[in-house]
Design a protein. Structure first.
Length: 175
């Protein structure tokens, strides 16, 4: 657990983490929903942060979240809180699908409670133990370097593909 939380009483840590999980979930949902609403009303943004957000919401990750919600329904929302990475995809996908706010919020509450319970008890300890184990071993360090390298490689390849696709879209049509 971070040092600034370690001195707090358990109930306060739990409440702080629950509030953080809930607010983050709501922000991700509303970001997906507002950008979708704006995109449906207007042309697609061409520059700046709006374009990056629109591209992210139209990307593979959000589409996997959309597929999960379509397959499992609102049950996917609380279970997404038990994952790392997939959580944001599902919450943004709920916004993209324009799931009504009240059902989304009711589905979100048990997930945020579970997330807060995990991280206010054993969650940070597990992360710290994994990092310490990786840092204390040459194989662990090599694994961390390989994972970081793989993530960087995937990001670079995807960005190049997007740039090539954009260049192809902007190219003049032959007459």
């Amino acid at each position: 657990m971070p040092d600034y939380l370690a001195s707090w009483p358990f109930w306060l840590v739990f409440a702080f983490l629950y509030l953080g999980a809930t607010l983050r979930g709501q922000a991700t949902y509303w970001l997906g929903r507002i950008v979708t609403e704006q995109t449906l009303r207007r042309v697609h943004p061409r520059t700046g942060w709006r374009r990056r957000v629109a591209q992210t919401l139209a990307g593979d990750g959000t589409q996997r979240g959309v597929a999960a919600i379509r397959r499992w329904g609102l049950v996917a929302i609380p279970f997404a809180y038990l994952t790392v990475g997939f959580q944001s995809m599902v919450l943004a996908a709920a916004g993209v699908l324009r799931v009504p706010w009240v059902p989304f919020t009711l589905a979100q509450l048990p997930g945020a409670l579970a997330w807060a319970a995990i991280y206010s008890t054993v969650g940070f300890a597990v992360w710290n133990a994994a990092i310490a184990a990786a840092a204390g071993s040459p194989w662990g360090i090599a694994t961390v370097v390989a994972i970081v390298g793989g993530v960087v490689g995937v990001v670079v390849v995807r960005r190049r593909r997007v740039r090539r696709a954009e260049a192809a879209d902007d190219a003049p049509l032959p007459s």
